[in-house]
Design a protein around this ligand. Structure first.
Ligand SMILES: *Cc1c(COP(=O)(O)O)cnc(C)c1O
Length: 380
């Protein structure tokens, strides 16, 4: 596989004790990451000023296979298609989880990520729910660091630019018996990204479909959760809404998430968001906004949000904002919503929380502002 002039770099990893992954300790003692550089960088073909989110990928990808009960030697190889057996379990039973994170570059060419420890913990939480093995912490962070060093020219400076990282795990065992796979592949691919403008977003409050249920997989970034959202979202689009605000599966009385984002409501001057649960994904952006808002003396209430209360607030003119929160868009303001045939518009505010919090959060992420929370992580 590695031939000719391809450069092979092997770095011996110094791996410490890590009780959380004690089961994999033996496999971690002395490991090597092998790096095969591309001979044909695509970077000059990319128009970094006209990127459509998640459609262009960088030159390399990180791969680590799991077999015989342990994670194998990780590799970084040129980005490209890979061959898989049609009977690979991921195609049949959807055993797949993913993450989304961003890397930024500052004026001094330093590379920063935002709370990557949270994504690391979450991918393993997602994996556990899908009966998949945990990925070792050292591999995760070394993989990111080696990959970003190779792809540093793909990260452009400026607050609107970033490199979106998509770590994911798929079940690769061949066979269509419905049981957990005994082979997996962990990968990271990278896509350069600009500011995420989705136009004006109107949302529909769900009263029939659900994205998750008690005891289900809603808290996990499981691939199948997204497939299941597409159809109801398409129906909403036909009615003129861009996204669905999911409600609880039992009663549809509580507002839980907006599309693939967590959701915030501003009633009067109070910011309200639902508590996380096994139906609601524990978003890094969500938890950061809660802390950031509190530090700015914005009143935040984390409590179940009733559809009825939001309708009432809208009718009284007290509902000032709704916005989604997630890594891709950071904060995505919502201009209006529909519920059971009735439509509501939100006011255009000069001093919106969405605008203010988005700016402050992005400045922390891109190393353009102080980070009193210790959220920023320098990739070295
Ligand atoms: C990823 C995701 C979010 C946002 O999480 P972040 O960590 O902020 O990116 C929210 N809801 C769902 C369903 C998600 O998949």
């Amino acid at each position: 596989m590695i031939q000719g002039l391809n450069l092979i770099i092997s770095a011996v990893w110094k791996l410490g004790e890590n009780d959380k992954f004690a089961g994999y300790k033996d496999a971690l003692m002395t490991e090597t990451i092998s790096i095969t550089r591309t001979k044909n960088s695509k970077i000059n073909e990319v128009d970094f000023k006209n990127l459509s989110f998640g459609t262009v990928f960088s030159d390399h990808m990180f791969i680590c296979d799991y077999k015989n009960g342990s994670w194998q030697t990780p590799e970084i190889v040129p980005y490209g298609p890979m061959e898989m057996d049609p009977a690979s379990k991921v195609f049949h039973y959807g055993q797949a989880v993913f993450e989304g994170m961003k890397a930024y570059k500052d004026e001094n060419d330093k590379i920063w990520m935002f709370r990557p420890d949270q994504n690391f913990e979450r991918i393993n939480k997602s994996s556990e729910r899908l009966a998949m093995p945990a990925f070792p912490k050292d591999y995760f962070f070394e993989g990111i660091s080696e990959l970003l060093k190779l792809e540093k020219d793909w990260i452009k400076t400026g607050i609107e630019n970033s490199l979106y990282l998509r770590p994911f795990v798929i079940a690769t065992e061949t066979g269509v018996s419905a049981s957990p796979s005994n082979a997996y592949r962990f990968m990271i691919i990278c896509a350069p990204a600009q500011a995420y403008y989705s136009g004006e977003v109107r949302v529909l409050f769900a009263d029939t479909y659900s994205r998750s249920a008690d005891g289900g997989v809603g808290f996990a970034k499981a691939a199948g959760n997204y497939a299941a959202q597409f159809y109801p979202t398409e129906l909403a689009k036909q009615e003129g809404y861009q996204q669905v605000v999911w409600t609880d599966a039992n009663t549809h009385e509580y507002l839980e998430e907006a599309g693939t984002m967590n959701v915030f409501f501003r009633v009067g001057d109070t910011l309200i968001t639902a508590p996380t649960s096994d139906r609601i994904l524990d978003g890094v952006t969500r938890k950061s906004i809660i802390e950031l808002a509190k530090s700015k003396d914005i009143k935040v209430e984390v409590r179940p949000v009733k559809v009825k209360d939001i309708l009432e607030a809208a009718r009284k003119g007290e509902l000032k904002e709704i916005f989604g929160a997630g890594t891709a868009a950071t904060i995505n303001p919502i201009v209006g919503f529909g519920y059971k045939g009735e439509d509501f518009d939100l006011p255009k505010l000069e001093d919106s929380y969405a605008t203010k919090l988005k700016k402050e959060l992005k400045e922390i992420q891109a190393n353009l502002a102080e980070d009193p929370f210790g959220w920023r992580y320098e990739v070295k």
